[in-house]
Write a new protein. Structure first.
Length: 348
């Protein structure tokens, strides 16, 4: 029997979308970092862009914010094309790259004042807005310090203060908690939640707990492709009934396969042999909401195959992420076996 794995491709098509990413492609020579990516982002939600290192997250964000040009496709922010109408589109964006481009010889206040000038914030409001951004990111005590003398965590906070300065409608954060200690991570998560009350926030991460803790909506990207887009709870409901039946049985692989061949409702069967002779460990993925314990037990009993143990293992968001990304890598891996499959996106 073969394993059957379901994965999800969903894209928003709402007319009121704040961000519209259509058929986005970015190639570096023979390597495709972003592969026909399409998704829409609504106003007033926190979106998590989840993927392994090298999946294409940072490249996508750099294109969305106008730092990189796409090979194909388009990005519209508030109706403005980021390539042909960059000034209008960027007015709605606050961006924190994974490695914030800070001016090391400036003080924190000088840097934020410089950022306010670049953003063309009203002169009469700059001081107030800078003060509020520093208070929100807890950098007010470092206002007179040179950036080069700050810790990595504080530098990250300064970059975040720059991103939220002026309260842009869209706040895009690439790995926003990198380099922060646990207390700072909790504080930044709380800040992101508060920002999400009045702004649209998009944050990228390769850490599941980071995304599931603060995001209303999760987009999973693998090999530059969107493989799932939904809420965390909805993703769990959609994946194989959120449970797997685990069985240890005495018998040969041929006998167990034959016994389970006609069991209805199964999505896939994986059979593995243990070190002990004649003991097989079987995994069955059931249809949504279906408990197959009884009918599987009857089927094995009819073939006189003793069941040593049987239990249901609940699916987690981690299981879903690993399943979706592993399927995507198998489906779309390079035809050239020697080609490097991951590139350092920070050097893009």
């Amino acid at each position: 029997m073969h394993v059957t794995v379901k994965y999800i491709r969903m894209t928003g098509r709402e007319d009121n979308s704040l961000i519209q990413v259509e058929n986005l492609v970015k190639r570096y020579g023979s390597h495709t970092a972003v592969d026909h990516l399409t998704f829409h982002v609504k106003k007033g939600q926190i979106y998590g862009f989840l993927g392994s290192n090298g999946a294409g997250k940072s490249t996508t964000m750099n294109i969305m914010t106008g730092y990189l040009a796409a090979t194909e496709g388009s990005v519209r922010i508030n109706g403005y094309d980021i390539l042909t109408q960059p000034e209008e589109a960027k007015k709605s964006i606050g961006y924190l790259p994974e490695f914030p481009p800070l001016y090391q010889e400036m003080t924190v206040y000088e840097y934020l004042k410089f950022a306010a000038e670049l953003k063309k914030l009203p002169k009469t409001e700059r001081k107030k807005l800078i003060t509020e951004a520093m208070e929100m990111t807890k950098t007010e005590e470092a206002g007179s310090r040179l950036i080069r003398n700050l810790s990595k965590g504080y530098k990250q906070r300064v970059g975040l203060a720059q991103a939220i300065l002026g309260y842009p409608e869209v706040i895009i954060l690439d790995e926003p908690t990198v380099g922060l200690d646990p207390k700072q991570i909790i504080e930044i998560r709380d800040l992101i939640r508060r920002l999400g009350e009045k702004h649209t926030v998009i944050l990228s991460s390769h850490i599941l707990s980071e995304v599931s803790a603060v995001c209303d909506h999760i987009m999973i990207i693998s090999e530059g492709r969107l493989v799932a887009s939904d809420s965390a709870k909805a993703l769990q409901r959609r994946m194989s009934g959120t449970a797997e039946l685990k069985i240890a049985v005495l018998g040969t692989q041929a006998e167990v396969t034959e016994a389970l061949r006609d069991v209805t409702g199964q999505e896939g069967v994986r059979i593995s042999c243990s070190e002990a002779a004649d003991i097989l460990h079987v995994s069955i993925e059931a249809e949504a909401g279906k408990d197959m314990s009884r009918e599987v037990g009857i089927a094995l009993a009819q073939y006189r195959l003793p069941v040593l143990s049987m239990y249901r293992e609940e699916k987690t968001l981690e299981d879903i992420f690993l399943r979706l990304t592993s399927v995507e890598q198998k489906e779309f891996k390079s035809e050239e076996p020697g080609e490097k499959e991951e590139e350092d996106e920070s050097n893009s």
